[in-house]
Each structure stands twice: as structure tokens, then as C-alpha cells.
Ligand binder design. Structure first.
Ligand code: PMP
Length: 290
């Protein structure tokens, strides 16, 4: 099936993507009271497709929804994801579910508000662009977990947008958040890893989103997970960032530090590419057939 306008699942029915359905007083538009996910499906060798780690993504979304008191039915959302992929005939796709607070008050008490769920699937994935990414330390600090939990709450992403925009204005591709003590937190939409003397380390930080790709990379590489200083990162042999959209993305430059070849990152990225496409039976349990 190929449509000019992909269909979007909205509160249980399909609508055409660009139809303006949300009222102008939508609470989420004014205050960011929404929760989203970024999920991917991949074409598999049997001619079908599979969603990678769908239950884990929906579980994280449920945690975010709980923060606002949004009712979130994982089973229903899962069905909506699969139905939308099928309706659009998408195999390699980026999947964007969003649940949000609608109308009922313009105040901050969310109890009177309507609640909504949509799922869009996109045939093109917005990722970091080039094969290797130029990274810069952001002058902005990450939302501290004591102010905003590291979940995919829409409003929290203005922090990422400020950092991304500032990094781009200085000619870099992506921003790296560090904390006041000099520890690495994460990027605007990806978690951070380093390789030193062949040993893979995953950056751990309480303000960072617990990434599902991060978890996958740890399982695939046997990486240790611990706090890492910026100083250590600059001293590493390889640095890569990872996320659902970015997959594993090697860093070529971190401010004035240039990184050379990245054989460990390359090998891990290749393994990841096989795993998500169902070419490695050891990890078949991470795939949900479409
Ligand atoms: N950190 C942030 C801030 C993100 O937005 C993302 C993308 N969801 C990630 C890390 C990576 O998470 P995941 O691997 O679950 O996509």
C-alpha cells in the first residue's frame, strides 16, 4: 500500500496526517503536557517487518503518562502501532506515539482535561545525518532529574532543543550535556559510550534517559555502566552515541579533540544492524512481528 498522505491513528480511528484535529486550547501545546516515544521497525528477510523492543518503549511511555495521570493502556497502544504500520504499508519506519492532555482548562490542574493518543509512522528516519558526528559540550545543563524525571515528557525536550540549536549555530552536529561536577550526562537525543583499550563503557547518569538502545548495546558488547567524566571521554580511543533514531553513531570530533578510526564502534553498529533486522536468532525475543 502506498499513500501520498500517511494515515495517523488518532483515538482509535485513522485520519489523514495533516488534518488539523487539535483545538488551539490544547493543554499540551501550551504547557508540554504530553508524552511521546521514538520506536523503529525494520524490514526482515522473510519479506515482513518487525518492531524493535516495542514492549520496552511502551513501558517507558506508560511511566511518563503516569507522571501526568494520563491513562495509558500498553496493549491498546501496541495494537495501534502495528495497525498503523500495516495501514501505511511501512516496513522500515520511525514510529511516533504521542499521548497528550487536550482541552478542559487553561489552568495547571490537569484533572479536568481530555486525554488523547496518536500514532504516526514515518518512512524516513530523522537521525544525526552523517556517518560520523561532530559533538560539542553544551553551555546548557541537562534538566536535573530532581526537577524533571528523565522520561520522554514533551515539555522537557525544550532543553534538548536549546542545546541542539546552540551546537548547530557553532557548526557542530550534536550537543553533549555535562553536569556541574564535570560528569557526562547524555546528548540531546542519544546516550554516550566510550571505548578505551578495547573496553566498552556506557555512561551512566541519573539525569540521563534510560535508553533502550543503550541497554541493547550493553547486552551486545558486555559494556560496563558507570559514571564518566568529560576528561575521561576526551581521553578515550573511541566515542559513540546511540539511540533508536541514531542507532550507533561514531563521534569524529568532540570540540577540539579529534578521534581516529573506530573499529569497535563499527563492529557493534554492524551487529546492532543485524539484531534489529532479525538476522541474529539470539535476540529474536526483542522483535515484534508486524
Ligand atoms: N536520551 C534522550 C534525551 C533521548 O531523547 C533518546 C531518544 N529516545 C535517547 C537518550 C536514546 O533512547 P532510546 O535508545 O531509548 O531511543
Amino acid at each position: 500500500v502506498s499513500q501520498r498522505q500517511p494515515l495517523v491513528w488518532f483515538d482509535g480511528k485513522f485520519i489523514t496526517g495533516d488534518a488539523p484535529e487539535a483545538p488551539l486550547t490544547t493543554h499540551a501545546m501550551h504547557y508540554g503536557t504530553a508524552v511521546f516515544e521514538g520506536i523503529r521497525s525494520y524490514a526482515t528477510a522473510d519479506g515482513g517487518a518487525a518492531v524493535f523492543r516495542l514492549p520496552e518503549h511502551l513501558e517507558r511511555m506508560r511511566k511518563g503518562a503516569d507522571m501526568f495521570g494520563i491513562e495509558f493502556d500498553i496493549e491498546r497502544a501496541g495494537r495501534a502501532v502495528l495497525d498503523t504500520l500495516r495501514a501505511n504499508g511501512h516496513r522500515d519506519a520511525y514510529i511516533r506515539p504521542l499521548t497528550w492532555m487536550g482541552t478542559g482548562t487553561i489552568g495547571l490542574d490537569v484533572d479536568p482535561l481530555t486525554q488523547h493518543l496518536m500514532v504516526a509512522t514515518l518512512a524516513k528516519v530523522v537521525h544525526l545525518g552523517g556517518a560520523r558526528t561532530r559533538l560539542t559540550v553544551s553551555p546548557w545543563k541537562r534538566n536535573p532529574a530532581t526537577s524533571l524525571p528523565p522520561l520522554k515528557l514533551s515539555g522537557a525536550y525544550v532543553n534538548s532543543i536549546l542545546a541542539k540549536r546552540e551546537a548547530k549555530q557553532r557548526g557542530f552536529d550534536e550537543a553533549l550535556f555535562t553536569d556541574d561536577k564535570g560528569y557526562v550526562v547524555e546528548c540531546t537525543g542519544a546516550n554516550v559510550f566510550m571505548v578505551k583499550n578495547g573496553e566498552v563503557t556506557s555512561v551512566e547518569h541519573r539525569d540521563a534517559l534510560p535508553g533502550i538502545t543503550r541497554d541493547t548495546m550493553i547486552a551486545l558488547s558486555g559494556a560496563q555502566s558507570r559514571e564518566v567524566t568529560l576528561h575521561e571521554l576526551l581521553d578515550a580511543d573511541e566515542v559513540f552515541v546511540c539511540g533508536t533514531a541514531a542507532e550507533a553513531c561514531a563521534i569524529s570530533v568532540l570540540d577540539r579533540r579529534e578521534f581516529g578510526d573506530n573499529p569497535v564502534t563499527r563492529e557493534l553498529a554492524a551487529l546492532y544492524a543485524q539484531v534489529v533486522r532479525g538476522q541474529d536468532s539470539r535476540y529474536a525475543h526483542w522483535l515484534t512481528a508486524v
